[in-house]
Ligand binder design. Structure first.
Ligand code: ADP
Ligand code: MG
Length: 252
């Protein structure tokens, strides 16, 4: 495996507060990597800066070897770094299939002229997008809802639809912001399984999460932030037993 995402010496201050004070880490292609840390440790700032929703004061971000530092968010997405948000963004009145078709069109090479003329290129794009949609829906375990209105799904299932939508344009990596926040505990396992299935199919994830249990079951590699710095990183097992991590979380 090699690093698909490489962040180096990230720096960001808010009126004197060092939200990020020189954070570096790699995400390996094909991995599930976790980013954890107590409240205020800089997790949200880190992913906002990586995905172009905030401007960095310093540091670099490379994606698949390309420098994407401080590019606008839509160009970073186009370069292959997609993210999901803490609040779900799906169209309740549309079917799951249509939600995914819309997500695919976002970066569709077949433009509106192709669409208008129903060119072969357009038909091919629609066909391959439908194939991708069906494959993703199966991997997240919602195939029986493919034609159903998204509105009937549970909150956790809608989060999976938003994740599938992010995956439609074949990104290099998806950054997930607190995927199980607000999800009914009985539904967390469903999200866990979906992420594992997608990962086995080759998808790469960087997951920011407050739920340490969730992160340590799922992630190959875990990065721990504390007060804008990297406290440590390691495998889930290493992190779970690291006294510094317990101290950072529990203040003991
Ligand atoms: P986390 O997501 O780990 O809880 P954040 O990245 O949200 O941490 O915050 C890191 C630090 O930066 C905190 O001290 C927080 O108060 C501060 N911070 C974050 N966003 C802003 C902002 N927009 N304005 C001022 N301070 C901020
Ligand atoms: Mg946060």
């Amino acid at each position: 495996m090699s690093a698909i995402l490489r962040v180096s010496d990230l720096r960001k201050s808010y009126s004197g507060i060092h939200a990020l004070d020189g954070v570096s880490f790699d995400v390996e292609g094909g991995s599930i990597t976790g980013l954890i840390g107590p409240n205020g440790s800089g997790k949200s700032t880190a992913i906002d800066c990586i995905s172009g929703f905030q401007k960095l004061d310093g540091g670099t971000v490379t994606l698949g070897g390309t420098d994407i530092t401080s590019r606008p968010a839509h160009l970073i997405a186009r370069a292959g770094l997609m993210r999901t948000f803490q609040t779900v963004r799906v169209y309740d009145r549309l079917s799951l299939a249509d939600n995914l078709a819309i997500a695919a069109q976002q970066f569709d090479p077949a433009g509106w002229i192709d669409e208008f003329l129903r060119t072969r290129r357009y038909r091919q794009a629609v066909e391959s997008s439908e194939q991708r949609a069906r494959q993703l829906v199966e991997l997240i375990g919602l195939q029986r809802y493919y034609e159903a209105e998204t509105g009937i799904l549970s909150y956790g299932q809608k989060k999976l639809v938003a994740l599938a939508a992010a995956l439609m344009p074949h990104p290099k990596i998806v950054v997930l912001d607190e995927p199980v926040a607000g999800v009914n505990p009985s539904r967390i396992r469903e999200i866990e399984v979906a992420l594992q299935q997608l990962n086995r199919a080759g998808e790469t994830f960087l997951i920011v999460e407050h739920n340490v249990e969730f992160i340590t079951t799922l992630c190959h590699q875990v990065i721990v932030l504390e007060q804008g710095r990297k406290l440590t990183e390691g495998t889930a097992a290493e992190i779970h037993t690291d006294p510094r991590v317990l101290e950072a979380y529990l203040g003991i």
